[in-house]
Design a protein around this ligand. Structure first.
Ligand code: PRX
Length: 655
């Protein structure tokens, strides 16, 4: 309620300047309304016009939306295309010498790659993959640092019709192992090292560990890009250096023409059970979402220098690094490092050095940079900026105001973009040359996207009242299924309780009197930690896998920088630790989770009890644990607790 209250009181509004409106792709509310009306009038005609205008088809489609097999919708399903062709080949005659990627390494070294270079690099690598017998429909796991090569690897998979599954370089060997098995990957593409913030991670060693865990016979090849010393032993019949693989390959590679519905990629994300979900995207529908949002929300212009700071390990790096910017022919920044190295001015310096026009980052980065240097942006020339963006979690109005005034100098519209791994592209976000901004609101849905807020029975809630965020009609960039688990797709996103009709996003939200959306947070057991999605169940399973732990429950508590901090309540197999041992065990368990899932999932706090509070039916009382984690007064009914004394134990944080 506190969150709802605070955002309801937000009354500041910002309208785009006349000069921005004048040059905008969607210029003024009449244009935005006209697009919405076009979609409303004839949904199929609307999407097919956009798909024809923005995508180069090998074989044009004649069908648009097919809802017969609800909720497994298909779009443009008799058309054929290649996504890599759309990102590379079609720019070869128009702008071969335009810079596609400006890569800035952790140590500041800058490398540029034109559209022609990129095309050749992708073709050579695609031919290399083919020489390893990788074919259309095969799954390829990519576990790489942010690099030109990561983009090349993804584009090369798309070129030959292989389905990539990128695993974020911060995930552990165990997480990587699970994902390789679930995808049935035939190959893993990795690097010897990853350099971030002056530190080195040995990625190939993690791959080795993952593949050594068994049941990975599907993996026939491991391609290793040499980022560092290259000082490692390759396994003779399985591993090959990237540079050896491409050495004799041709610089052209005929794209594999695939059906519009062909799976371009799967990307694992957290849900409310312990098992991550392999969200599966299509080719044409996904691409269309990426392009239209580049045009509408990022107001893309050919003179832009675009910078989305997301890693390609997350969906944001798929849509707004590897595919969207290249499909529209943009020049973009690829950054290997972290915002705080060598100091908290890194982002601002890079914006100055590369004359970035469009900057897209996460609220957690903004909040940590405010803390480290609220006045730092003023030391740099940020006059090239014309548009700012935010993604991944709600941005609190104060952080919004700082970003808008200090970074954007009150000149640049700030687009707060709500979307998800599953939606593939922006869903609710302001078209910046039209929609008035309110700090903390992601504003209005994109043309053609029918977002709404409903109650438990699936009925619309009145203005101002919170409810479940849903999308009422299919849209092209929606995930098609969960890899290997269509029933889970149906049950999670189109649940019977809501009549099975609407896409259930898993967030709660409300709308204000102007129809603006305000996102309140997740409705399931998913935490948002520094903009990343983590299932509480996943962290619990990791804790319980420790030989020390009998039982564990994980909840989030609000955190100024990370949005949510992870608090774990743990029952050990032995006795509750004495004060002198508790600290050591906490460290041990934190490291354990880091090994099991990855450093992003390491609990911020661990508390020990002889037991966990449960209902009569044995369900852990998570709401009670949330209250305890926040050190708030307990107002819930605890009369059913078997052992009320444990509440006293669980109130104690380990010093
Ligand atoms: O809770 C919402 C939050 O992030 C979730 C989606 O996470 P993921 O699939 O990892 O994708 C993140 C990047 C798109 C959503 O269910 N979220 C994302 N963007 C916003 C947001 N919450 C509030 N405002 C946003 N702009």
């Amino acid at each position: 309620m506190a969150t709802i209250q605070s955002i309801l009181n937000e009354t500041r509004t910002f309208t785009p300047s006349a000069s921005f409106v004048e040059q905008a792709n969607v210029s003024g509310m009449e244009e935005y309304d006209a697009l919405c009306a076009e979609a409303e009038k004839d949904e199929a005609a609307f999407w097919s016009r956009l798909a024809r205008d923005h995508i180069s088809w090998h074989k044009p489609f004649t069908r648009v939306l097919d809802e017969t097999n609800h909720p497994f919708f298909t779009w443009f399903d008799d058309g054929e295309l290649n996504v890599s062709y759309n990102c590379l080949d079609r720019h070869q005659t128009t702008q071969p010498d335009k810079v596609a990627l400006i890569f800035e390494a952790d140590d500041g070294t800058v490398t540029r790659c034109t559209y022609q270079d990129l095309y050749r690099r992708v073709c050579r690598f695609a031919n290399g993959l083919k020489s390893l017998n990788i074919r259309k429909g095969d799954r390829v796991v990519i576990y790489m640092p942010m690099s030109i090569e990561a983009v090349v690897a993804m584009q090369a998979c798309a070129r030959i019709g292989a389905t990539h599954s990128v695993v974020f370089g911060g995930f552990s060997a165990k997480s990587l192992h699970e994902r390789i098995i679930d995808a049935g990957a035939v190959a893993v593409i990795t690097a010897d090292e990853q350099w971030r913030g002056g530190k080195i991670n040995y990625l190939k060693a993690v791959v080795e560990d993952a593949l050594g865990r068994g049941e990975t016979d599907s993996v026939k090849s491991v391609v290793v890009y040499q980022r560092g010393s290259g000082d490692l032993q390759l396994e003779a019949n399985r591993d090959i250096w990237w540079h050896d693989l491409i050495r004799d390959q041709s610089e052209t590679c005929e794209p594999e023409w695939v059906n519009a519905e062909h799976p371009l990629f799967t990307l694992y994300t957290s849900g409310s059970t312990g098992k991550p979900k392999g969200v599966q995207h299509s080719s044409a529908g996904f691409l269309l979402g990426a392009i239209t949002s580049m045009q509408w929300i990022f107001d893309y212009k050919s003179s832009d220098i675009f910078w989305c700071t997301a890693d390609v390990g997350w969906v944001t790096g798929h849509t707004y690094v590897t595919y969207g910017p290249l499909a529209v022919g943009a020049t973009q920044i690829i950054f290997e490092g972290v915002p705080t190295y060598p100091d908290a001015g890194r982002f601002w310096k890079m914006i100055q050095d590369h004359k970035v026009t469009t900057f897209y980052t996460a609220p957690t980065a903004i909040r940590s940079l405010i803390k480290l240097g609220p006045d730092l942006p003023k030391q740099y020339d940020l006059s090239s900026l014309r548009l700012l963006g935010s993604v991944g979690e709600p941005i609190n109005p104060e952080a919004w105001m700082w970003y808008y005034t200090t970074v954007g100098q009150s000149r640049c519209p700030l687009v707060d973009t709500w979307w998800q791994t599953e939606t593939g592209a922006h869903m609710i976000a302001p078209t910046p040359g039209a929609v008035m901004l309110k700090p903390g609101s992601c504003t209005l849905s994109l043309p053609g996207i029918k977002a709404g807020i409903v109650d438990e029975a699936g009925h619309d809630v009145p203005v101002g009242k919170g409810g479940f965020l849903v999308i009422k009609r299919p849209f092209p960039s929606l995930a098609r299924t969960l890899w290997g688990d269509p029933e889970r797709f149906r049950n999670t996103y189109f649940p019977e309780e809501l009549g099975g009709k609407y896409y259930l996003a898993g967030d709660s939200a409300h709308r204000d009197a102007d129809g603006y959306f305000w996102i309140m947070g997740r409705i399931d057991d998913v935490l948002t930690v520094s903009g990343h999605r983590l299932g509480t169940m996943e962290i619990e399973s990791a804790l319980v896998a420790s030989p020390l732990v009998a039982e564990a429950a994980v909840v989030g508590k609000p955190d100024e920088i990370k949005t949510e901090a992870i608090v774990a309540f743990v029952v050990l197999k032995g006795a509750r630790p004495k004060a002198e041992d508790a600290h050591r065990i906490v460290q041990e368990l934190r490291n354990w989770v880091s090994q099991e899932i990855g450093p992003i999932a390491r609990p911020d706090e661990i508390r020990f009890g002889d037991n966990l509070p449960k209902t009569r039916s044995g369900k852990i009382m998570r709401r009670l644990l949330r209250t305890l984690a926040r050190d708030e007064e307990i107002t819930q009914d605890v009369s059913t607790l078997e052992n009320p004394a444990i509440l006293e134990q669980l109130k104690q944080a380990v010093a």
